[in-house]
Design a protein around this ligand. Structure first.
Ligand SMILES: C=C1C[C@]23C[C@@]1(O)CC[C@H]2[C@@]12CCC[C@@](C)(C(=O)O1)[C@H]2[C@@H]3C(=O)O
Ligand SMILES: O=C(O)CCC(=O)C(=O)O
Ligand SMILES: [Fe+2]
Length: 360
């Protein structure tokens, strides 16, 4: 049976308390969208996130350093053509510009992964996010037939091509990220002998953030880490993505021409035994410009157990996380949201124990 994410939320239906909004009719920010404590929005700094040229002979080291210190970096010379990026952007725009009644025909079911709707994590917040999303896991055919009964196949082709190319790039990136920790092809049980990543899973998340009348009080997508090995994000020319950097605060990841953003997800955090921490990130919105982003959420085959890699574990580095499958981890995220990672933690790092001893 092919590995699939579609059953991950079967035991975790989400029922949003709000109906999906029609942003075009909103001239003022309704109270249901007004997040408090957002003063720090305007204080985000816009510098520092590493930009790495994949043709750079030092790419491996640069990537390793970025994963340890930032959990995020941008890549250029990645081999994804501008024309494919333009096609996925225009497909996403066509989707979000459909009338709301049409989009609702392709709604994400409460216990499903794919479809149109509020971000899954919305259920953890009392306020609504200023965004719309469409998730694709597996074939988009059924949903796209609902959205575009006449010409669904051209849109399906774009999704298939984008997903294929992104999975390929994600595999290359995974080996670079892990290679920098001394991990080689034979160390990953779910990869083939030549490092082939045949049964890996991925999902696409299309995000649309309409221009917002009161951006300082609104939130596009609330702070979260991704439940992935890694995520590759294409953002259009409007900025909005911010990452939390320890000691600095929120840092904007500026769109760069032809660039893609790569971030470390919770599963890479687990298999690297904490060497590469997953990065907390969010999306803020803009007063005059709409924004579009397309995330490729990449992970292992959904039902294989992943755990800290044996090479990264030793007497002074006990395994920090218990084995878990991607599918099970998504269920955990549905239950515990940002505490999902600590819910699979089995051991306190030695230096934390030392600090406890010192306090005592
Ligand atoms: C594979 C997945 C990760 C994700 C849940 C999903 O099943 C598909 C959508 C993903 C996404 C995208 C927006 C942010 C996020 C937290 C959410 O609500 O849906 C992530 C989920 C995740 O990484 O946990
Ligand atoms: O829109 C963005 O910049 C962030 C999107 C994101 O974090 C996600 O889809 O998981
Ligand atoms: Fe994300």
């Amino acid at each position: 049976m092919p590995s699939t994410l579609s059953d991950a939320f079967k035991g975790h239906p989400v029922h949003h308390h709000h109906k999906h909004p029609d942003f075009t009719s909103l001239q003022e920010l309704p109270d249901s969208y007004a997040w408090t404590q957002l003063d720090e929005n305007s204080t985000a700094v816009c510098e520092g996130v590493p930009v790495i040229d994949l043709h750079d002979p030092n790419a491996l080291q640069l990537i390793g350093h970025a994963c340890k210190t930032w959990g995020v970096f941008q890549i250029i010379n990645h081999g994804i053509s501008t024309s494919l990026l333009e096609k996925i952007e225009s497909t996403s725009r066509s989707l979000f510009s459909l009338p709301i009644q049409q989009k609702l025909k392709a709604s994400r079911p409460p216990d499903g992964v794919s479809g149109y709707g509020l971000a899954r994590i919305s259920s953890f917040f009392s306020k609504l996010m200023w965004s719309e999303g469409f998730t694709i896991a597996g074939s988009p055919l059924d949903h796209f037939c609902q959205l575009w009964p006449e010409n669904y196949s051209q849109y399906c082709d774009v999704i298939d091509e984008y997903e294929r190319e992104m999975k390929n790039l994600a595999g290359r990136l995974m080996w670079l990220m892990l290679g920098s920790l001394g991990i080689t092809k034979g160390d990953i049980k779910w990869a083939g002998p030549k490092g082939e990543l045949k049964d890996t899973c991925s999902a696409l998340q299309l995000n649309y953030y309409p221009a917002c009348p009161d951006p300082d009080r609104a939130m596009g997508l609330a702070a979260h880490t991704d439940s992935t090995l890694l995520t590759i994000l294409y953002q259009n020319t409007t900025s909005g993505l911010q990452v939390l950097k320890e000691g600095t605060g929120w840092v904007t990841v500026p769109p760069i021409s032809g660039g893609l953003v790569v971030n470390v997800g919770d599963l890479l955090h687990i298999i690297s035994n904490g060497a590469y921490p997953s990065v907390l990130h969010r999306a803020v919105v803009n007063r005059t410009k709409n924004r579009l982003s397309i995330a490729c959420l990449y992970g292992p085959p959904s039902n294989v157990q992943i755990s800290p890699l044996p090479k990264l574990v030793g007497p002074s580095h006990p395994p920090l996380y218990r084995p878990i499958t991607w599918s099970e981890y998504l269920g955990n995220k549905a239950k515990h949201f940002n505490k999902a990672l600590s819910s699979v933690r089995v051991c306190t790092p030695l230096n934390d124990l030392n600090s406890i001893v010192e306090v005592v």
